[in-house]
Design a protein around this ligand. Structure first.
Ligand code: GLN
Length: 534
């Protein structure tokens, strides 16, 4: 294939229909046919990136290897395709406006009036095409966040309309995702919201070629024909997306209904062979056979699934590859006390102490870290979780009762977790943390070194402002908390472990961002193995 083709995924009727999973599944299928692809997300909200958003608003913030704070859907893209996304794969209205306004201030527009059309829409189009100018790609899948009809979405829809006009019908295609509700009282599935949503899209000058209908019940042929008829879409291009036991079954479900085949046909691509889904299928079979449950606690302050999305998925991957079904049990760190900790962690084979920011719930994390250390329960501290392990050790083993992180107590005389030097003059909140991939050298003979297959040096993604204070390093080591992962250029401690415990490891980085379905993360693999054994 010579020219890159562009597939747009829009959504109507309601949010939370699973556009991200459909985009990731389509990417997966095209990749399994041998095409070079990427998936990008364009979010209509005004924030420059989701980095400053509260997880209650938007779920987890996912970090790319090149250090962009992005939407959690990028995590799905990477887990489904194994392709590393970059800052070019995540764009918001805020970023679009920022670059247009910066250019205006530089005088680049030579006195012109700056308008949504053409200046904002041109910038959207430039960014849609950007990935394919940097790498050789057959397909670029662009997911448009939000729901059509939102005021913020309009410039994006206009940009898509223009691109179709400019690039032609074989290089662009719109897949529209809608919802078909079931009215129990009437005993009927209703297609009207879908028809209305497509009409709305047509009002913006976009005719969807493929419809994916999210439904809780099976859609019969009559319903498909009806939708096709009223929406100007071929019957074979009406695909249903029913609730499935796992998101990882969606690609196979889409393939069985011919989502990828119908898209290729409409874009004029001849289809030699079916997608090579054997490795994916093998994962699904392993998953199905892994029925024995291992219960793992997630100690954190956000009592919503999406806040720890990548950790949950990483545990699930590692569970499957260890013939187990991981049951993640949320333990709210704000409710943990010395008195109830035994009961809170009862029946858990291991504990993850979760990342986070701010003081809320941290004493609970420290109590949990002490309990699991003294009871030798496998424990994985991630970022803030690692910092809490360090503080607990300083308080209870080194004897510094007032040990803390500068983040929680700027006055503490024992700042075992301290703000990084380069962070001290930072005043802006967004995108200014230590972000993205950094190298880390592993200490030979350590548990992490073994877990990573005896590698000398690894690379992992970061998102933090604070670090273990190097002036305490020797003291920690002397008392048994070993610093087994060090950044070679800045000498920052990236991993601590207690070698005399079954598995008590904290990482300053976030390994959960790089676990994929076909390549589970070595640390999660090793942690889950320890949980199974304990
Ligand atoms: N709040 C801590 C820091 O900034 C940890 C961040 C995190 O857990 N991602 O260093």
């Amino acid at each position: 294939m010579k020219e890159t083709k562009y597939i747009f995924i829009t959504g109507g009727v309601t949010s939370s229909l699973g556009k991200g999973i459909i985009s990731a599944s389509l990417g997966n299928l095209l990749q399994a046919r041998g095409y070079k692809i990427t998936i990008q997300k364009f979010d209509p909200y005004i924030n420059i990136d989701p980095g400053t958003l509260n997880p209650y608003e938007h779920g987890e913030c996912y970090v790319t290897a090149d250090g962009m704070e992005t939407d959690l859907d990028l995590g799905h893209y990477e887990r489904f395709t194994g392709i590393e996304t970059t800052r070019d794969n995540s764009v918001t209205t805020g970023r679009i406006y920022l670059s247009v306004i910066e250019r205006e201030r530089r005088g680049d527009y030579l006195g012109k009036t700056i308008q949504v059309v053409p200046h904002i829409t041109d910038e959207i189009k430039r960014r849609i095409l950007l990935n394919a100018t940097k790498q050789d790609l057959d397909f670029v899948i662009t997911e448009i966040g939000g729901t059509i009809g939102d005021i913020e979405s309009q410039p994006f829809l206009e940009a898509i309309r223009q691109l179709r006009w400019e690039l032609g019908s074989e290089r662009t295609l719109n897949v529209h995702l809608t919802f078909v509700p079931y009215l129990a009282a009437a005993g009927e599935l209703k297609t009207k919201p879908t028809q209305t949503s497509v009409k709305q899209l047509q009002g913006f000058g976009i005719q969807p070629e493929v419809l994916v209908l999210r439904t809780e019940h099976d859609l019969n042929d009559d319903i498909r024909r009806k939708v096709a008829h009223f929406c100007n879409v071929d019957v074979e291009a009406v695909i249903q997306s029913q609730d499935l036991p796992s998101i990882y079954e969606v690609p196979m479900n889409m393939m069985r209904q011919g989502l990828d085949a119908v898209i290729l046909k409409k874009m004029g691509v001849s289809q030699q062979k079916a997608p090579e889904m054997a490795p994916w299928q093998a994962f699904l079979e392993r998953r199905e056979h892994a029925t024995e449950v291992v219960r793992i606690g997630l100690v954190g302050k956000y009592d919503l699934q999406d806040a720890y999305k990548s950790i949950l998925e990483s545990l699930a991957h590692a569970g499957t590859y260890n013939e187990r079904k991981v049951k993640a049990v949320f333990v709210n760190s704000e409710q943990i006390t010395r008195e109830n900790i035994t009961e809170k962690l009862q029946g858990l084979a291991g504990v993850v102490i979760c990342p986070g920011f701010g003081t809320r719930g941290i004493e609970g994390k420290i109590i949990a870290a002490e309990y699991t250390r003294t009871h030798d329960i496998p424990t994985f501290g991630i970022c803030l979780g690692m910092q809490m392990m360090v503080i607990e050790f300083a308080r209870n083993v080194l004897g510094y009762r007032d040990a803390n992180s500068n983040e929680m107590d700027p006055e503490t005389p024992h700042n075992v977790i301290d703000m990084m030097e380069e962070q001290k003059n930072v005043t802006q909140m967004g995108g200014t943390m230590r972000l993205g991939s950094y190298e880390c050298e592993l200490v030979e003979g350590s548990k992490v070194w073994l877990a990573y297959g005896r590698r000398k040096c690894i690379k992992e993604r970061h998102r933090h402002r604070y670090e273990l204070n190097n002036s305490y390093q020797e003291e920690f080591e002397h008392h048994g908390m070993k610093c087994v992962g060090i950044n070679p250029s800045a000498h920052l401690v990236e991993i601590v472990e207690l070698p005399d415990r079954k598995w008590y490891i904290g990482t300053q980085f976030h390994p959960e961002y790089s676990s994929t379905v076909l390549h589970p993360h070595p640390l999660f693999m090793s942690f889950v193995q320890a949980c199974i054994k304990s």
